[in-house]
Design a protein around this ligand. Structure first.
Ligand SMILES: [Zn+2]
Length: 262
């Protein structure tokens, strides 16, 4: 209890994130996650008391969890443990990077192992059992979304030969449509459930959105990295996005409950 090393925010955010949002799967999912991370007073461990975790202690781990497998593969490629190749003749920009061997980050079994490890670490740090379950599920959700998008290059377990992947990426048009919709739905959910507290909360957030759009456009514009190592090194930028998100989120707050909303 008293030895929990975190400052706690007020309970206000809890109610705010319950508001609005009755439409859209993406919205519903985002909200469910936000809720789970915000509430859980009944289920969480005694160590968390009945306070809220500091906002950064929810946002940072949630972002890191969803991205975890992609944060780690570039390191393993640079260490020579996993292998990607550049496919300059690929029919569209989403297929330029060929994942030849990456079972330690991107097999289903290892995604679950990473998820359990991340959840245990989160719980040890915060004492918040329900939040730990959510971040663990976020880690595994990455594999599921990769399974939808990747060509059949995902193993189920290291040493297990069959590869799976539904291959959304083989159609550039379908990829842009699906990913664009998800992106806008996520943005809308976040922009509606939070509001800026100051300029950093506005421009930090919209700057981040602009960065993602430009990064996506530059992928679409084609061009492939000169080598797998350069590709992996540039993928390390994912690590920098976590403090960026945590920073602008610190300058935002939950949108207050509107009269008339449930
Ligand atoms: Zn991935």
């Amino acid at each position: 209890m008293a030895d929990t090393p975190f400052a706690f925010a007020s309970l206000e955010g809890k109610r705010a994130l319950v508001t609005g949002a009755s439409k859209g799967i993406g919205r519903a999912i985002a909200q469910e996650l936000a809720l789970t991370l915000h509430q859980g007073a009944g289920a969480r461990e005694a160590a968390v008391d009945d306070h809220e975790l500091e906002r950064a202690e929810r946002v940072r781990p949630a972002v890191a969890a969803a991205q975890l497998l992609d944060l780690i593969w570039p390191i393993l490629v640079l260490l020579g443990i996993e292998t990607v190749r550049i496919d300059a003749a690929a029919p569209n920009p989403f297929l330029k990077l060929r994942f030849v061997h990456y079972p330690w980050t991107h097999s289903l079994l290892m995604a679950i192992v990473w998820g359990i490890g991340f959840a245990l670490g989160y719980r040890a740090r915060t004492g918040y059992g329900r939040g730990a379950a959510v971040v663990g599920a976020l880690v595994v959700s990455h594999w599921v979304l990769d399974w939808i998008t990747h060509r059949p290059d995902l193993q189920l377990a290291p040493g297990f030969a069959p590869r799976v992947g539904l291959g959304l990426w083989t159609s550039a048009a379908a990829t842009v449509a699906v990913e664009g919709l998800l992106f806008v739905a996520g943005l809308a959910a976040y922009a509606r459930t939070t509001r800026p507290r100051d300029r950093a909360g506005t421009w930090g957030f919209w700057g981040f959105v602009a960065f993602l759009v430009v990064a996506y456009a530059s992928i679409l514009a084609g061009g492939e990295p000169p080598s797998p190592q350069v590709g992996a090194a540039s993928a390390l930028i994912g690590w920098a996005l976590i403090p960026w998100i945590a920073w602008f989120d610190r300058h935002r707050e939950p949108t207050p409950l509107q009269p008339g909303q449930p």
